[in-house]
Design a protein. Structure first.
Length: 100
């Protein structure tokens, strides 16, 4: 995983502030590959409530300003069926814990 423990901690903190303390955050995409360089930060976030487009944009902006990388957010409300892409992202992801 090409995120530091501090970046993971910052991401988790911001997601909890915007989405709630029960939210889970997983990293998927190119940042999981230690041999690649660059790339955005692809996050799958699962939370209990609906995330409006404005709330998602606010979270994305805060994340990008804090960690210094472009961020893509894939959001799923807990209890709703996974889309095929969400299922794929989840199976090819790693949970953030802030202790990397």
């Amino acid at each position: 995983m090409r995120l530091t423990a501090e970046q993971q901690r910052q991401i988790l903190q911001l997601v909890q502030q915007h989405v709630g303390t029960e939210a889970s955050v997983r990293l998927y995409g190119s940042r999981l590959d230690e041999n690649r360089h660059g790339g955005d930060v692809d996050l799958m976030i699962e939370g209990s409530g609906h995330l409006t487009p404005m709330a998602r944009a606010d979270l994305q902006l805060d994340l990008e300003q804090t960690i210094g990388y472009p961020v893509d957010i894939l959001y799923r409300q807990i209890g709703t069926p996974l889309t095929p892409f969400q299922a794929l992202a989840r199976t090819r992801s790693q949970a953030l814990n802030g202790h990397a």
